[in-house]
Design a protein around this ligand. Structure first.
Ligand SMILES: *Cc1c(COP(=O)(O)O)cnc(C)c1O
Length: 409
C-alpha cells in the first residue's frame, strides 16, 4: 500500500468535487466583538467583522463570564485533572449541572465535552438502557445525532424533515409495545426553521414514545429564561431529554443533557463518551454557569430582544433589495445563492474587499443547488456594521449579476 498516494488521492477527491475546506484564521478582540483580525496565508493581516459566528449574544466577552473564569482559574488551576469518575468531579461541575437542571425544569443535568459528544453518547447509550429501542430521527438532524442514532446498531426510522404526518405513519407501522424515541431539533441551523415541538410531543404521547430535543441553536436565546424554544412554547415539561450547548449563545464551551434524575443517572453510568474522558476544566464550567445564570435574568431578556431585533432589521433590509432570504422567523439569516462557485466568490470578495467574514455554506453541509451565505446577526453588531454589510451585498449581487428573486422559503 502506498499510504502517501492514498492520502493525496483522498484530498484530491475533495478538491475535484469542490468540497475541500479552507479555514480562515481569525483572532477575536475581547470587548470589540464582532471585530477580529484576519491573518492571511501570507501572514499579512486585516481588520474584519465576523458575520457567521455562533457566539450569538456576545457572551464570550461578557464581564460576568470572564470574571467567573478568572476566579475559578486562580482558585483551582488549569485542568480538572481527571475523568468525572476519577477525581474530575468538582464543585464547579456540580454547580453548572444544577444551573442547567434548573434552567430546563428537570431534576438533573449531565455535562459533556461538547453538545456533539452529548448527542452521540446519549443517543447511542439509550439503546443499552432500552433494549430494542426504535429511534425516529428527522432527516435534517445534526451530524452528532445521526452518529448517535447510527451507533448502537438498533432500529432507526428517518422521517422527512418536519413532516409530522410521515412521522405518524412510521410510528403507526411499528409494534405498539416496542420502546420508541423521537429525536429532533428546535431550530435547524442551516435554514433557520423551527421544529414542530408541540405536534411531535402530541404524537409521542399518543404512541408512547420518548422525546429527545436538540436545542443547541436556541438555548440562551429563546424563552423567558433562555431555556429554548420549548420553554417559549410552554412545551418544556413534555420533553424527556433536552440537549444543549454551552459553546454557542452561552459563549463558552461544553454540552449537556437535562432529563429525569434516573435517566441522567443511567446515561452517567453507561455512556463511554461521558465516562472515559477528562471533565471540563473548572474555569470553563464556572464561565458556562455564569453565562447560563446571567441569561436567565433580566439582562438576558434584554439581549434576547436586541438579538431578535437585529435579525429582523437585517432580514428586512436585505429583502428590501430583493435578495433571496430564507426567512422562517428565527435569528439565522441565510441568503440563497444557489451555486457553489458564486457562493465562494461572494464570500471571498466580502472578506478581501469589505472586511466582512461570512463562510460560504456549500455541499455537503447543504444540498447542491441550495448553496448560501448564512449571516448570524447579534446584539454586538451595530447599525454601522449592518449598513456596511447591506451595501456590500447590494454591490456584489449586481457585480455577479445574480437574480433578485423571491425568497425560496
Ligand atoms: C453545533 C451543533 C451541535 C454541537 O455543539 P457543540 O457544543 O459545538 O459540539 C449539536 N447540534 C447542533 C444542531 C449544532 O448545530
Amino acid at each position: 500500500m502506498d499510504y502517501n498516494a492514498a492520502i493525496e488521492a483522498s484530498l484530491q477527491r475533495l478538491h475535484d468535487e469542490g468540497r475541500y475546506r479552507t479555514f480562515i484564521d481569525i483572532e477575536r478582540r475581547k470587548g470589540h466583538f464582532p471585530h477580529a483580525v484576519w491573518t492571511r496565508p501570507d501572514g499579512s493581516q486585516k481588520e474584519i467583522t465576523v458575520w457567521c459566528g455562533n457566539d450569538y449574544l456576545g457572551m464570550g466577552q461578557h464581564p460576568a463570564v470572564l470574571a467567573a473564569m478568572h476566579e475559578a482559574l486562580d482558585a483551582t488551576g488549569a485542568g480538572s485533572g481527571g475523568t468525572r469518575n476519577i477525581s474530575g468531579t468538582t464543585v464547579w461541575h456540580k454547580r453548572l449541572e444544577a444551573e442547567l437542571a434548573d434552567l430546563h425544569g428537570k431534576a438533573a443535568a449531565l455535562v459533556f465535552t461538547s453538545a456533539y459528544i452529548a448527542n452521540d453518547a446519549t443517543l447511542s447509550t439509550l439503546r443499552t438502557i432500552f433494549p430494542g429501542l426504535i429511534i425516529y430521527s428527522d432527516a435534517l438532524n445534526h451530524a452528532s445525532m445521526i452518529e448517535g442514532v447510527r451507533r448502537g446498531n438498533g432500529e432507526k426510522r428517518i422521517f422527512r424533515h418536519n413532516d409530522v404526518a410521515h412521522l405518524r405513519e412510521l410510528l403507526a407501522k411499528d409494534d405498539p409495545a416496542a420502546p420508541k424515541l423521537i429525536a429532533f431539533e428546535s431550530i435547524y441551523s442551516m435554514d433557520g426553521d423551527f421544529g414542530p415541538i408541540k405536534e411531535i410531543c402530541d404524537l409521542a404521547e399518543e404512541f408512547g414514545a420518548l422525546t429527545y430535543l436538540d436545542e443547541v441553536h436556541a438555548v440562551g436565546m429563546y424563552g423567558p429564561r433562555g431555556a429554548g424554544v420549548a420553554e417559549r412554547d410552554g412545551q418544556m415539561h413534555r420533553l424527556d431529554i433536552i440537549n444543549g450547548t454551552l459553546a454557542k449563545a452561552y459563549g463558552v464551551f461544553g454540552g449537556y443533557i437535562a432529563a429525569s434524575a434516573k435517566l441522567v443517572d443511567a446515561v452517567r453510568s453507561y455512556a463511554p463518551g461521558f465516562i472515559f474522558t477528562t471533565s471540563l476544566p473548572p474555569a470553563v464550567a464556572a464561565g458556562a454557569a455564569a453565562s447560563v445564570r446571567f441569561l436567565k435574568g433580566e439582562g438576558g431578556q434584554t439581549l434576547r430582544e436586541a438579538h431578535q431585533t437585529q435579525a429582523r432589521v437585517l432580514k428586512s433590509r436585505l429583502k428590501a433589495m430583493g435578495l433571496p432570504i430564507i426567512d422562517h422567523g428565527t435569528h439565522i439569516v441565510p441568503v440563497h445563492v444557489g451555486d457553489p462557485i458564486h457562493c465562494k466568490m461572494l464570500s471571498d470578495m466580502l472578506l478581501e474587499d469589505h472586511g466582512i467574514y461570512v463562510q460560504p455554506i456549500n455541499y455537503p453541509t447543504v444540498p447542491r443547488g441550495t448553496e448560501r451565505l448564512r449571516f448570524t446577526p447579534s446584539p454586538v453588531h451595530g447599525p454601522g456594521e449592518i449598513d456596511r454589510l447591506v451595501r456590500a451585498m447590494d454591490r456584489l449581487w449586481s457585480h455577479c449579476a445574480l437574480n433578485r428573486a423571491e425568497a425560496v422559503a
